[in-house]
Write a protein that binds this ligand. Sequence first.
Ligand code: ADP
Ligand code: MG
Length: 587
Amino acid sequence: MKIQRLSEQLASQIAAGEVVERPSSVVKELVENAIDAGATTINIDVRQGGRESIQIADNGQGIAAEDIETAFLRHATSKLTAIEDLNAIRTLGFRGEALAAIAAVSQLTIVSRAEGADAGIRLVLEAGVVVNRETVGAPQGTVIAVENLFYNVPARLKFLKTAATEKRLIDEFVTRYALAYPLIRFRLTHNGRITFQSSGSGQVRDVLVAIYGPEIARQLLEIESEDSDRSPLAVTGFVGPPGVHFANRGQITLFVNGRWVKDSQLTYAVIQAYHTLLPSGRYPLGLIFMQLPPEDVDVNVHPTKIEVRFRHDKAPFGTVQRAVRQTLVADAPTRQMSAWALGSLDGGESPGWMGSLSQESFAPVQAEQADLALSWLDDLDDEGGELPLVTDHSASESQLPIMRVVGQVGASYIITEGPEGLFLIDQQAAHQRALFEQLQAEWAADNVTVQTLSTGTAVTLSEPQAKLLEQFQDAVARVGLQFEAFGPNTFMVRAVPKIAASADPARLLVAVVSELEQSKGVVEEAGLVTAVCQTICLRPGQALTTAQMEQIIHNLEKCADPFTDPQGNPTFIYLSVAQLAREFGRI
Ligand code: ADP
Ligand code: MG
């Protein structure tokens, strides 16, 4: 075939595909333009998920009458003049592609009146060609209506998802930008019904309430930015407490200099910060706002500008992870023990041992920290049995103060006395935490100590369960549970993790299988570790001797993260002496 240059119109239609993939991309580009234009109110009206029409109205600076046609040319922008500007982008747009691209694949009407102009201009375009221009009365700002998107690109039209899917993507996008720009009043309507609006009060919390409702919004924790850190990257935002979790990563949102970006590394940094705090297969909520000098970030990576590159590649990961972790750790005690962690509320000093919280608690779980003698469980039934005490315990390494066991309540909770108050410890949570850190450390070192069973235990499963177990045999063996096939859908358990030596091997295997079932093929091995620990840990209602209680407390003191069990539930409640005095009306 003969080589020919594409017509300008065809070239635009092809290029449009890079920027405008679907209705939500139109919303994104037009909202970003409104933000760049300094708008304080942005109204978005969508019909049929945007397939029928999308209208965005803003009260920004508007477009001058003589510039309005130019705005629709490819590579026409007011935001960039020289190549050097690319090194430090301060606006959301800069490529000058969006209006041209959107106009090329739709029927578009724009009404815009520039700041200081007496009248506005109304321009109508069909497939990128201007078909009408007139002077009209209009308020300052810009209204762009995009109708029949992709009407002239049937291939694209065919691939559009349902109106409901597009609506969801638009909702997601608008709510994210409302969070990043709390000073702007956003209103979103679908088919004439308001589905979201923000107040423009400047308070991110208000926007959070509008998105998540008061119940979740109330629980979200504001990220404490570490000003000691000399990194030029500032991290602010909100994260959910470990009790708020979701089935996927969709609630982790990242903004870099006011731009919503996707970055799997940084998303992972947030997830990592919750390490051991969430049930396996569940994901946290995080709104992470990163501010850094514009010259340190390259936003010109992709036409949709949804990906960025950092000049100091690795730094953001650690900074984000630390900021989130610090926020969670600072909160863990306060949720249950306000008086303890909010020492300032008491008007008094916080306990000295709290100091270790902020710096030490980021230490990864190290093998020696979790090298706990937990085999005492064997002796549990034998009342008063002698238990090995952890002798090398040193209070300076611990995140908890040295405690004295006072007694047990309801065969479920251990009461201890610390230097400045009373602890009520959930024996199940505390025990599970200690088991978890030990097994997790062994597992991470690929060195789980196993106990070979002298007589194997046969377990029969359903056929799908048996298939699943065979598929993940290696992962299961890595947590110390070894078995072999023994007849149809039947397995013989040959070895169990040492810490589970006294547990029923059949129950262990079943727990592991149900973890595999729940994780639907994406097996996170930490989930297997949790499943084992959940199965073997102490239960409420088990009476303990003083020696056994001391053992639990000592093991908890040695944990890297003693404040919650692996599911994020608190291991203890603390009542300070000051709080007790207040309860008794003495202060
Ligand atoms: P870019 O945003 O990358 O500059 P666009 O194609 O999105 O490119 O927009 C082209 C130009 O049109 C912008 O640079 C801006 O000057 C002008 N413009 C677009 N939308 C608006 C708006 N809502 N208010 C004021 N000016 C606008
Ligand atoms: Mg733009």
